[in-house]
Ligand binder design. Structure first.
Ligand code: COA
Length: 245
């Protein structure tokens, strides 16, 4: 099994576990991550996705398998469909990155909603050097994260982005100094998120990820649903009553 899964009441902690190949994403790992998605779609919970704290997030798609793939494999969207499914998970997701996140490994982290990394983490899209494009999300998710010109520079050159730069350009949300602090840092972020209403979080994620043309209609419908949600009344009443005591 190339994944380890820890099940907590409000979240799954999923650790890529293929250290001998630097967590390169091969067909087995793709299948295992699809199973994780199926579980989270059935029972929506938060996701913490990590490569662990031994200095690797993921070295990208498995180049051994990639080399043998033909045009029909490309059209089958093996990694891009998985990463799209991760992005569409109902509840927020956080990637915790220690060490390299390269190629498809970086794209896997962009598929998550948020990223926390260690000071020794770095990101890069070396695909053009391998004669292919970054076909599993970087061409649209990277510009959304860091802006078009920066994304193009990174995609054209394959230059690596270290943790400090990643934080500065908005590629990661938080950086921790030591690998030992990484998972705590990611859990803290998820704990903050978990304070919100689960339904409001789901609808917020749907709205942010919707195409521009869906606004404001989607926001209006989401708010209409939430305005009649019992939890909204409870949370607002709690706030108002707290002010009285
Ligand atoms: N696909 C398949 N195998 C990979 C891999 C990948 N993307 N990345 C690493 N591996 C394998 C290596 O071939 C090696 O296998 P071996 O022990 O059977 O020879 C093993 O993982 C260890 O890799 P190594 O390069 O020795 O590890 P490192 O710690 O010195 O360097 C990286 C780690 C991630 C910096 C380096 O492996 C690397 O640059 N990988 C390729 C990144 C890339 O171009 N990804 C884009 C794919 S689209």
């Amino acid at each position: 099994m190339s994944l380890r899964i820890e099940e907590l009441p409000d979240r799954l902690v999923v650790t890529l576990d293929r250290p001998e190949k630097r967590n390169a994403v091969d067909a087995d790992l793709v299948a295992a991550l699809h199973e994780v998605c199926a579980r989270l779609e059935q029972e929506p919970r938060l996701l913490l996705l990590t490569g662990g704290t031994d200095g690797i997030f993921a070295a990208g798609a498995d180049i051994g398998q990639l080399r043998e793939r033909g045009r029909l494999d490309a059209l089958a969207a093996i990694n891009s469909a998985l990463f799209g499914r991760i992005r569409a998970l109902p509840m927020p997701t956080v990637a915790a990155i220690d060490g390299p996140a390269l190629g498809g490994g970086a794209e896997l982290s962009y598929a998550c909603d948020l990223r926390v990394c260690t000071a020794r983490a770095f990101f890069g899209q070396p695909e053009v050097r391998l004669g292919i494009i970054a076909g599993a999300g970087a061409t649209h998710r990277l510009p959304a994260l860091v802006g078009e010109a920066r994304a193009k520079e990174l995609l054209f050159t394959g230059r690596r982005v270290d943790a400090a730069e990643a934080l500065r350009i908005g590629l990661v949300n938080r950086v921790v100094d030591e690998p030992g602090e990484l998972l705590d840092g990611a859990h803290q972020l998820l704990d903050e998120i978990a304070k919100g209403s689960a339904l409001a979080l789901r609808l917020t994620k749907l709205a942010v990820d919707a195409p521009v043309a869906a606004h404001p209609h989607l926001d209006l419908v989401s708010q209409a649903v939430l305005f009649e949600d019992e939890e909204k009344r409870r949370r607002m009443t709690e706030f108002l009553d707290r002010k009285k005591t």
